[in-house]
Design a binder for this molecule. Structure first.
Ligand code: FE
Ligand code: CA
Length: 542
């Protein structure tokens, strides 16, 4: 193992990031997410990198790209998964069924002239040929580059970083977040633009992939490509579908630019699942708990998560807090695994059940953990990274989604009151799921227009789910008229880009005109500023 602490100052690493970004854009559509890779540094000094006892691989196993995640001040997770033939039906990606040794390298420059760490890690069929490396002892607030090698094959190079030291604010954080990427509904152009912004951190809030068999979930614009395999149920099927998504080079570009923090929503397992309850009572799934275990195992294998998040059968501790110095704490929630079943038959008709304070969307343990986090927080911004619509929403007909926090009003009130009581400085809720951008002011009492604004919710539209969608005129939007706390809505595809600074969080709602053809251009549809100690949305003209 080579070790070097000969770090470059941040100003020069920034320049290499820009060069890297340019290479990324140049690679757009060319089928490569990384940059050209020079020979590995000093290969002769490393232990053998052959694949155990078997014969060397004869096809590139790095078709799924690379990723990183879960940064803290001194460590980060590096990820890849070996799959020379991603769509193989057995879920093993065309790998021979034996263990393989993988070399990984981390450097402070993308040409790997200044190598910081290198090591070997074994993977094999039991892990679906996934590779997770937790690299510790790194410099705080630093930019790094990493790659993997098996035999003669070298992975794309990607960028990652560590968080600022605890107790320090660091410089402004560029964080973008996304959700809902239905592969059949459109091209992942929004991921490509998210990467081109060169964020420091990316959050994915769920529906990273969808479970359906080809053409059973069809967008109004028609599907542009097909899912492989049946509706995912077996571990092999979940692994195969993850590989199909990961082979998308736009998605690979988004993973290659920055570390990610991920949480699932429903489609990683089964539409609208709730705890141990599957989608539709009329279609019984006697093996749902096994299905959930399969989904969790494949999710863990395919995401840059820490070993402590590894599933234990059908249980997986996904909720966690990640600190970005004292600038921001990301409370990443799991509102699926521990929730009571959706109220009122999981329809849109609201009944008394939705208001039953005994019902929970987080489960008791996660709620206690989150309320505790609020009480002990010293962060400038406390950000909840979670799945479903948080703010109260009134519709003309009285209908509402029972899959959202409105179907769990007890939880909605306890969490909101929790951050108010704890005097959390700047609570911001981030949301996915609804395939529409929304900007919401959170209220102490939604029925009273004069009630205090107690927080802010930013809801990202989908990357692709729902097809092209459409823009709408805010002055003619009945949802905005009926809900004065909702300041913006847009039903195009895209993502949300933020810049989190000590004195303000700036927010750009990014949109695309078309996802049914590759290569559309992204633009900013609306921008807002959230000021320190002043919850709510201040419109910005850009
Ligand atoms: Fe979705
Ligand atoms: Ca969803």
């Amino acid at each position: 193992m080579t070790e070097s602490r000969d770090h470059q100052p941040r100003t020069t690493t920034r320049r290499s990031a820009l060069r890297y970004g340019a290479a990324l854009s140049a690679a757009a559509g060319a089928g490569a997410a990384g940059i050209a890779v020079p020979a590995l540094a000093a290969p002769g000094t490393a232990p053998s990198t052959t694949q155990g006892a078997g014969r060397p691989l004869t096809a590139d196993p790095f078709t799924l790209g690379v990723a990183s995640g879960e940064p803290d001040a001194t460590s980060v997770v590096l990820w890849t998964r070996l799959a020379p033939h991603p769509l193989a039906e057995d879920g093993f990606g065309g790998m021979p069924r034996r263990n393989v040794e993988v070399l990984w390298e981390l450097a402070t420059d993308e040409r790997f002239r200044t190598l910081v760490r290198r090591g070997h890690v074994a993977t094999g069929p039991a892990k679906g040929f996934a590779v997770h490396v937790e690299v510790a002892g790194l410099q705080t607030g630093w930019e790094y580059f990493y790659r993997f090698r098996v035999g003669q094959y070298v992975s794309p190079v990607a960028r990652t970083r560590t968080a600022p030291a605890l107790g320090t604010l660091g410089s402004a954080l560029a964080m973008s977040f996304a959700s809902c990427s239905q592969y059949e509904h459109g091209y992942f152009t929004a991921y490509r633009y998210l990467a081109a912004d060169e964020p420091d951190l990316v959050l994915h809030l769920g529906d990273y992939l969808y479970e359906y068999k080809a053409n059973t979930y069809v967008s109004p614009d028609g599907n542009v490509r097909d899912h492989v395999g049946p509706e995912m149920e077996s571990l092999a099927e979940y692994r195969q579908r993850h590989a199909q998504y990961r082979a998308d080079t736009d998605l690979q570009a988004a993973h290659a630019i920055a570390p990610w923090l991920v949480v699932w929503d429903d489609h990683e397992v089964d539409n609208n699942w709730a705890g141990d309850v599957y989608e539709k009572p009329e279609h019984p799934q006697p093996n749902f708990i096994q299905r959930r275990a399969n989904a969790f195992q494949a999710y863990y294998e395919n995401m840059p998560l820490r070993a402590r998040n590894r599933p234990d059968g059908s249980a997986m501790r996904l909720y966690r807090a990640v600190s970005w110095g004292s600038l921001a704490t990301f409370h990443m929630l799991d509102t699926r695994q521990y929730r009571d079943d959706q109220a009122c038959g999981d329809g849109w008709k609201v009944c008394e059940d939705a208001k039953d304070p005994a019902r929970t969307i987080t489960g008791d343990d996660q709620e206690a953990w989150l309320l505790d986090n609020f009480r002990s927080s010293t962060a400038r911004w406390d950000v909840l990274g979670q799945q479903v619509f948080f703010a109260r929403r009134h519709s003309g007909s009285g209908a509402n989604s029972m899959d959202s926090w409105d179907g769990y009003r007890g939880s909605q009130e306890r969490i909101s009151e929790g951050w108010v009581d704890a005097d959390v400085r700047n609570p911001v809720v981030l949301t996915g799921d609804v395939h529409t951008h929304w900007a919401n002011e959170l209220k102490a009492n939604y029925a009273d227009p004069d009630s205090d604004v107690i927080g802010t919710e930013l809801v990202t539209t989908s990357i692709a789910s729902g097809g092209n969608g459409r823009d709408s005129d805010p002055s003619e939007d009945p949802d905005l008229e009926r809900n004065p706390h909702i300041k913006f809505r847009n039903a195009q595809r895209g993502y949300v880009r933020t810049r989190i600074a000590p004195d303000a969080m700036d927010v750009d709602f990014r949109v695309l005109d078309k996802v049914t053809e590759p290569g559309d251009t992204a633009s900013t549809r609306a921008s807002f500023r959230i000021h320190d100690r002043r919850p709510g949305l201040d419109p910005l003209t850009r």
